[in-house]
Design a protein around this ligand. Structure first.
Ligand SMILES: Cc1cc2nc3c(=O)[nH]c(=O)nc-3n(C[C@H](O)[C@H](O)[C@H](O)COP(=O)(O)O)c2cc1C
Length: 165
């Protein structure tokens, strides 16, 4: 193993290399859902992170450039679904589309937020705060209920999807 520091560069000067460096950090893949006046919306993300155990807080970051940004920052309630390894089609669907819940196995919670079936975990949240953060917003959620499944999670690393384990 090399003990030298990796090559240095400035992120603003080389955004492609910046993204590639960020991709070295393996994450799970989540679908965030919310209810709006014009119906339910969803989006595939890997910016989900745990924040606090007591109180129970999590965060994720919608891009300001996304057509779905305003729907999610305005939503008082949302659900974060940690996708199972077999849910790549669900992942792909919510990369491309914000809607299409008619073809997704789901129920609605008390706030009308869609809860997708077959996930590794679900965090039902109420919006705690929204912070401005460069070209993204940070949505902080207070976790009200958690569902856990037995499936292993879908993973994302170095720009590729893979199964955990
Ligand atoms: C692995 C992966 C992770 C993503 N993570 C985020 C994210 O954290 N935040 C976000 O806003 N979009 C994220 N996206 C992009 C969204 O899934 C979606 O493609 C985007 O919101 C589409 O914007 P549009 O509604 O303008 O077409 C991610 C996409 C992929 C493939």
């Amino acid at each position: 193993m090399s003990l030298t520091l990796p090559a240095v560069f400035e992120p603003a000067g080389d955004p492609v290399r910046f993204r590639k460096a960020l991709g070295r950090f393996a994450t799970g893949v989540a679908v965030v859902t919310a209810q709006t006046k014009s119906g339910p919306v969803g989006v595939t993300v890997n910016s989900f992170a745990s924040v606090s155990l007591a109180p129970p807080l999590v965060l994720w970051s919608p891009a300001k450039a996304s057509s779905r940004h305003s729907a999610f920052v305005s939503a008082g309630s949302f659900a974060v679904h940690v996708l199972a390894a077999g849910q790549k089609p669900v992942c792909d669907h919510f990369i491309r589309s914000a809607t299409g819940f008619d073809i997704m196995a789901h129920t609605l919670n008390e706030s009308g937020v869609p809860l997708l079936k077959g996930c590794a975990a679900i965090f039902e949240c109420m919006r705690e705060a929204v912070h401005d953060a460069g070209d993204h917003s940070i949505i902080l959620g207070r976790v009200l209920q958690v569902h856990t499944g037995e499936s292993s999670a879908l993973m994302f690393r170095d720009g590729q999807f893979e199964r955990a384990g």
